[in-house]
Ligand binder design. Structure first.
Ligand code: ATP
Length: 312
């Protein structure tokens, strides 16, 4: 658990982070979202003390981080940034080994960990361990960046616009991979983005920042349904709000008994995907299938539309 209490950071006359308090529960993803210059990156870097707060307290699992040296703290916290920050003249294996090496792990353990992470990120160790960053695609560099951040098995992972440089298809895949990885490892993630879509998709909770302040800190559903008036409302209240709402619910939660014709949709797809399929096929309903292919019932247009409106 990360507890941020009344944290501020001043740069000369500018209050880049202004009296922010929020708690990130263990094993969840919190997304900091806001426009450029709203203080997201500064707040993120205060958590691992790349930037010292001017005032306020950060506790990680109950421990005040002010009592630790910055270096000691950062060895226990993964940090992945846009552009991936890989050392260009180091191989992929050496990049991933950075923190374990600093921690003095023995060579055999480091070697095992590098192979394990490359496999986890679907990069064949035999082909990729000895490559240099410039020999990888953007998506592969991004995965190596996250692999490096996770090398020493941190309980906390901080990510600053990690998918910002990726094209939309690779970005969607990277987001899915992060969700799967986070569920599997149970890590606590704080992620910075300026993309509300990404925040809604990834966040268990979202902190909307503007002018150094957190204006609202709540679940995506709460932020969509009840945005605080002003900046947050403007940010989420656009024409695609109903579609965003639909993207939060799985087909499994709206499935009805009965049959339908057409290509089945997976029960773990979102209602937004289901609406898309229905509109495209011109059908009123579609069959719903479990991962093993068993039919579970059907999803209908009216059932989807009921969930796209303003919540009561
Ligand atoms: N080292 C610094 N010295 C002076 N001002 C800084 C410094 N770092 C950040 N700032 C200022 O603090 C404010 C917040 O910056 P920050 O990088 O946290 O914003 P951000 O929300 O992450 O923006 P972006 O999305 O553009 O990265 C900005 O006005 C920025 O210019």
């Amino acid at each position: 658990m990360i507890e941020v209490e009344h944290v501020s950071r001043r740069f000369g006359p500018l209050l880049a982070v202004n009296d922010v308090s929020l708690t990130v529960e263990r094993g969840t993803i919190t997304v900091l979202v806001g426009t450029s210059g709203s203080g997201k990156s500064t707040l993120l870097r205060i958590i691992n003390r790349l930037i010292e707060p001017t005032s306020g307290t950060i506790r990680i699992d109950g421990r005040d981080t002010a009592g630790l040296s910055g270096e000691e703290l950062r060895r226990g916290i993964g940090y992945a940034i846009q552009g991936h920050g890989l050392f260009p003249h180091w191989t992929v294996a050496r990049n991933i080994a950075t923190v374990p090496t600093l921690l003095g792990w023995d060579r055999a353990r480091i070697g095992r960990r590098v192979v394990e992470l490359l496999e986890l990120f679907e990069l064949d160790p035999a082909s990729y361990a000895g490559k240099f960053p410039h020999q990888l695609s953007g998506g592969q560099q991004q995965r190596v960046g996250v692999a490096r951040a996770l090398a020493a098995e941190p309980a906390v992972l901080l990510m600053d616009e990690p998918f910002g440089a990726l094209d939309p298809i690779i970005r969607a895949k990277a987001q899915e991979d992060l969700l799967a990885l986070q569920r599997r490892l149970g890590i606590t993630v704080v992620l910075v983005t300026h993309d509300m879509e990404e925040a809604i998709h990834l966040g268990d909770r979202i902190a909307v920042m503007d002018g150094g302040e957190v204006l609202q800190y709540a679940t995506p559903a709460e932020i969509l349904a009840h945005p605080v008036p002003g900046f947050v409302e403007k940010l989420v209240g656009g024409a695609d709000r109903p579609l965003r709402l639909l993207s939060l619910t799985r087909v499994a939660d709206a499935v009805q008994p009965g049959e339908a014709t057409g290509k089945p949709i997976a029960d773990d797809a979102t209602l937004r995907d289901a609406l898309s399929d229905l509109l495209w096929s011109g059908a009123e309903s579609l069959p719903v299938a479990a991962p093993d292919g068993t039919l579970r019932g059907r999803i209908t247009l009216p059932a989807i539309l009921r969930r796209a409106g303003r919540p009561a």
